[in-house]
Design a protein. Structure first.
Length: 550
């Protein structure tokens, strides 16, 4: 193709490009594409009557643009309704939206807002203006509409179930008819198609669904399972779920779920049933031993009487037949079993070894094991240990002072009790007891400390009742958390070692009677006492607790 002509005034660069080999002029009007205002329609004169840069040869509408989607002769960009035929461009409310496409032609609403999407603009929707909605545009608003999504301006409801006829596809309560038999699901006696609602055995389950139709076959809970094979015959449970596998389905099992069982089916879970395998719904327990009468074969604690003497094992002083329970030496072991009675001796720990030959007189040890051969049985062999920071064991101590209630004093070399500057001080001490085996008997527990006192008054020890941290505790945070009962005492001295007997308190901690939060030292305001703390440079002078146990 020869070089293409260029419109007057076009840049020289364009002339060069259009005359170059390979230049395009698809409509062969001698105007190259980059400057042709109708590249696909020949128009060598390039006439553009409306000046929108689209030549008249390819411009099918008046105004800016070249497309007229609704075919009314007006370009979309200039058309008040570009998707609705409106050649007269009428806009009655003057909101810029032509009447032909305005969702509210009687009231200005340029945004065309329609909150309930019913095709009526909010500006002229009575329900929207009243703060409600009308999705079906039947002029009945919100909850007052018995068919909110189906137009029903007359609101007729022939069966009076609250659902208007316009949207009610079934008879009776409800609007759903899943099996399309003309009977609403809520009153349908079978979820399968059965318009006649036949129920031969009158159990409320339609014959079409009822596998137990006929004389002698009952399905009283109408769950499709005959009573004889239903694990809950009075409670509907078509899935027959039995989570704990005890026979009764979850729907009627008071103990459904993992763990609890009701083995005797008396309505009481095994863990709370006084007779696990004997039905006793009344749970009567005449002797109050925790075993119901239905399975309690003896008097007193327990349910078993191994020697058949009428006394339960839990209360029997001898596992041989001895209905009179005689115990001449009062050691708790019946004479029939007590070998020491015949010798005129006692067996205090009832281990079968008389006191005069028992290597642990007060501790039950029928084996009489004595590993070190010292004549004292291992079960009552006393072991002593000393708990002291950096010498063996963990210790915490701190002072709390009323004068500075929010100050922590847990890192000083001394702790104090008594009065200073008119305000009391108290010392908190805690020894960790992890080295003492649970269940041990504490033979002795002695607290010791190096102290310096301005007097010789009594210093009292109390059990602390709340947890505390050495590096955080203050007078305010401690808040007097100690038992007022005195556990032990020691006396002040100008320069001496003080000691207090804490055997009973340590035993309570080891037995778990009380949590080990340590103990508090306090004294009357007549004196002030300083004790070397667990931070003192001299390790041997730090507070210690010597515990002997077996």
């Amino acid at each position: 193709m020869l070089g293409c002509a260029l419109l007057p005034g076009a840049a020289r660069a364009d002339a060069t490009a259009c005359s170059a080999p390979g230049a395009y002029d698809v409509d062969a009007d001698a105007i190259c594409e980059p400057v042709d205002n109708c590249p696909h329609a020949p128009n060598p004169d390039q006439v553009d009557s409306d000046g929108d840069w689209f030549g008249d040869a390819c411009d099918w509408c008046v105004g800016q643009g070249r497309y007229d989607s609704d075919g009314d002769g007006l370009c979309d960009e200039a058309d008040g309704c570009d998707d609705a035929y409106d050649p007269d461009q009428r806009d009655g409310d003057g909101d810029g939206m032509g009447d032909a496409c305005d969702n509210c032609p009687s009231a200005p609403n340029p945004g065309q807002y329609d909150r309930d999407s019913n095709g009526i603009g909010d500006a002229c929707d009575a329900c929207t203006l009243a703060g409600s909605t009308d999705p079906d545009a039947d002029a009945v608003c919100g909850s007052a509409d018995n068919c909110p999504y189906t137009p029903s301006p007359d609101q007729v409801d022939s069966d009076g179930d609250g659902a208007g006829d316009a949207c009610d596809s079934c008879e009776g309560p409800g609007t759903s008819d899943s099996d399309e038999d003309g009977v609403c699901d809520e009153v349908d006696n079978c979820p399968l198609h059965n318009p006649d609602q036949g129920d031969g055995d009158g159990d409320g389950l339609g014959d079409v669904c009822d596998t137990c139709v006929g004389p002698g076959e009952l399905d009283r809970d109408a769950d499709g399972l005959c009573d004889w094979g239903d694990n809950c015959f009075l409670d509907p449970n078509p899935d027959q779920v039995d989570s704990d596998g005890d026979g009764p389905g979850d729907a009627c099992d008071q103990c459904d779920g993992p763990g609890p069982l009701d083995s005797d089916l008396d309505g009481h879970c095994d863990w709370a049933d006084s007779c696990t395998y004997d039905s006793n719904p009344d749970q009567v327990d005449s002797d109050g031993d925790g075993v119901g009468d239905a399975c309690d074969y003896c008097v007193g604690p327990g349910a078993w009487d191994g020697d058949f003497d009428g006394v339960c094992s839990g209360a029997d002083n001898c596992y041989q037949y001895n209905p009179d329970q005689s115990d001449d030496d009062g050691d708790g072991l019946g004479d029939v079993c007590d070998t020491c009675v015949a010798q005129g001796k006692q067996d205090s720990d009832v281990d079968g070894d008389c006191d005069d030959v028992d290597n642990c007189v007060q501790v039950y040890n029928p084996g009489q094991v004595d590993s070190d051969g010292d004549g004292v049985g291992d079960d009552c062999e006393v072991v002593c240990t000393t708990i002291q920071r950096d010498a063996g064991g963990a210790v915490a101590d701190a002072t709390v002072w009323q004068r500075y209630p929010d100050h922590n004093d847990g890192s000083s070399s001394y702790i104090h009790t008594g009065l200073k500057r008119g305000d009391p001080k108290m010392a908190l001490v805690r020894f960790e007891l992890g080295s003492i085996p649970p269940g041990s008997t504490i033979a002795s527990a002695t607290f010791g400390a190096r102290l310096y006192s301005s007097g010789t008054s009594e210093i009292r020890a109390h059990r602390i009742t709340a947890s505390w941290e050495e590096t955080e505790v203050t007078w305010s945070s401690f808040a007097g958390s100690y038992d007022p009962a005195v556990e032990a005492t020691l006396l002040g001295a100008p320069d001496d070692t003080g000691a207090a007997d804490l055997t009973a308190l340590v035993q309570a901690w080891v037995d778990g009677v009380h949590p080990n939060h340590g103990f508090l030292l306090e004294e009357d305001p007549a004196a002030l006492t300083a004790y070397r703390s667990s931070e003192h440079a001299n390790i041997s002078d730090r507070p210690w607790l010597e515990v002997c146990f077996y």
